[in-house]
Ligand binder design. Structure first.
Ligand code: CA
Length: 389
C-alpha cells in the first residue's frame, strides 16, 4: 500500500499553539491526547538513509533519537516472523540475482492483486539469511545495497533493548502485521506467532514498549482478546484527488478482511465518529495516512481543467499542491479516547506540498500543532528536530 505514496498534507489550522513551558520535556507543548510529547517513530528504521527493515536501519533511527522503531512483519516458510515491508521481496533484496533461487519466482495473489516475484513464505529463514537488502527507491542512497541481512522480529527486539540500554532510555518497537488475511490463507497466520514472541520478551501489558498495528480489523480484534499491549488501527487510501478528497480505489478502499467478508464499510468509514467509537472497543489509537488529517489539493486558477504547475518545473507532483484546512479527525479521535499516529513523513522536496517550500520541518510542525500523538518518519533526525525546537 501506500508505501511510497506521497501526498503530503497540510495547511492551515489554528496554527499557533501554546509554547507554554510544560514540565518534564525539552519539547514544546503540543495538544496531544494526554499532553504527552508526540512520538517520533522510525518508519522501517531510518529508511531515508539505509535500506529499510535492516538492523542497520533501525540502529541508525535509534541513534537519531527515535522513540519507537517500526518493523513490518511477514512469515517465512518455516513460520518465523521477519521484517519486510512486503511478502514480495523482489524490490527490497538481491533475490532476483541469485541463480539458486531462480525457480522460486512465482505469482501470488496479495489482497486481490496478482504479483509476480519472490515471496518470503517460499523461503526458510536460513535461505532468507543468505539474501541481502537493497534500497528500493532509486532516488535514495544505493551505496548500502548488498550489505545487510533480513532480520527476524526477535533480532529487532534484541536490538531495541540493547541500543536502548546503551542510550539510557526505552526504545519501543512498533510491529505491523502485514497482510494478515494473506498469511492466514497460506497457513502462516501472524497473530499467534507475534503473541508468542511478545510473551517471550514479557511484553504483554499496556505499559510494555510495544505497539501493534494493522490495516485489517478482525486480527486486531483477535489480538485484543489475547494481549493488553497497545493496538493501532491503520487507515489507508489509494490516493488523494485533485480537490483534496480521498481516492478510495480497491484494494486500498477498505481493510482487506472487510473486502473478503463483503463488508461495505471503507477506510473513511473508520474515521467517522461512529467508526472511531468502534475502534476504541479493540484498539488504543489510529494510524491514518496523513491527508486524512490535513488534505492537499491541486490548483487550477485559469480553469482550463489542468492542474497548475506551481513551481514551474514542467511536471505535476506534490510540490504543485496546496494544503487545505485540517479535518476533524484528530479532534474526533481524541474525543473517542484514541491517540493518532500519522504516516508517512519524508524529507525529499518532491514529496512536500508547495506550502512547505521544501522544508520538511514545516510539515511536521503543522501536524504537531494539530495535535498528532506521533509521526511515522523515514527521517527520524528531521522529525525530532522539528518536534523539539
Ligand atoms: Ca511542478
Amino acid at each position: 500500500m501506500h508505501t511510497f505514496s506521497i501526498r503530503p498534507a497540510a495547511l492551515a489550522l489554528t496554527a499557533a499553539l501554546a509554547l507554554a513551558a510544560c514540565g518534564g520535556s525539552d519539547s514544546p507543548s503540543y495538544p496531544t491526547l494526554n499532553g504527552d510529547t508526540p512520538l517520533v517513530i522510525g518508519h522501517r528504521g531510518a529508511s531515508g538513509y539505509r535500506p529499510d527493515h535492516t538492523l542497520e536501519s533501525y540502529k541508525l533511527a535509534i541513534e537519531m533519537g527515535a522513540d519507537f522503531i517500526e518493523p513490518d512483519l511477514v512469515a517465512t516458510k518455516d513460520g518465523v516472523l521477519v521484517a519486510r515491508h512486503e511478502p514480495n521481496i523482489t524490490g527490497t533484496t538481491d533475490v532476483a540475482t541469485r541463480p539458486e533461487f531462480a525457480s522460486r519466482k512465482t505469482t501470488k495473489n496479495v489482497d486481490g492483486v496478482n504479483e509476480e516475484g519472490w515471496f518470503v513464505s517460499d523461503f526458510t529463514l536460513a535461505e532468507l539469511k543468505t539474501l541481502r537488502a537493497v534500497q528500493p527507491l532509486s532516488d535514495r542512497d544505493q551505496s548500502y545495497n548488498g550489505k545487510f541481512q533480513i532480520p527476524t522480529f526477535e533480532e529487532v527486539l534484541d536490538l531495541a533493548k540493547a541500543e536502548g540500554t546503551k542510550a539510557g532510555r526505552t526504545v519501543g518497537v512498533y510491529p505491523e502485521t502485514k497482510h494478515p488475511t494473506f498469511h492466514a490463507k497460506l497457513g502462516l497466520p501472524l497473530e499467534d506467532r507475534l503473541l508468542a514472541v511478545l510473551a517471550k520478551y514479557g511484553y504483554t501489558t499496556k505499559a510494555s514498549p510495544v505497539i501493534v498495528q494493522s490495516f485489517e480489523v478482525s486480527n486486531l480484534k483477535y489480538l485484543r482478546t489475547k494481549t493488553q499491549v497497545r493496538l493501532v488501527q491503520l487507515v489507508d487510501a489509494n490516493d488523494v484527488n485533485a480537490d483534496g478528497s480521498m481516492d478510495l480505489t480497491a484494494p486500498y478502499d477498505k481493510p482487506y478482511d472487510f473486502a473478503v467478508a463483503g463488508d461495505s464499510r471503507t477506510f473513511a468509514s473508520l474515521l467517522t465518529p461512529a467508526g472511531l467509537k468502534e475502534i476504541k472497543t479493540y484498539a488504543d489509537g489510529i494510524g491514518p495516512w496523513k491527508p486524512y488529517l490535513i488534505p492537499s489539493k491541486q490548483v487550477d486558477a485559469n480553469k482550463d481543467g489542468k492542474p497548475d504547475d506551481l513551481n514551474g518545473d514542467g511536471k505535476i507532483d506534490e510540490r504543485d499542491r496546496v494544503m487545505m484546512p485540517a479535518t476533524s479527525v484528530v479532534k474526533d479521535a481524541h474525543a473517542a479516547g484514541l491517540f493518532v499516529h500519522a504516516y508517512t513523513f519524508r524529507n525529499e522536496a518532491k514529496r512536500l506540498a508547495s506550502d512547505f517550500k521544501g522544508d520538511p520541518k514545516a510539515e511536521y510542525k503543522l501536524f504537531f500543532n494539530l495535535g498528532v500523538d506521533g509521526v511515522f518518519s523515514d527521517f527520524t533526525d528531521t522529525a525530532k528536530a522539528a518536534r523539539d525546537n
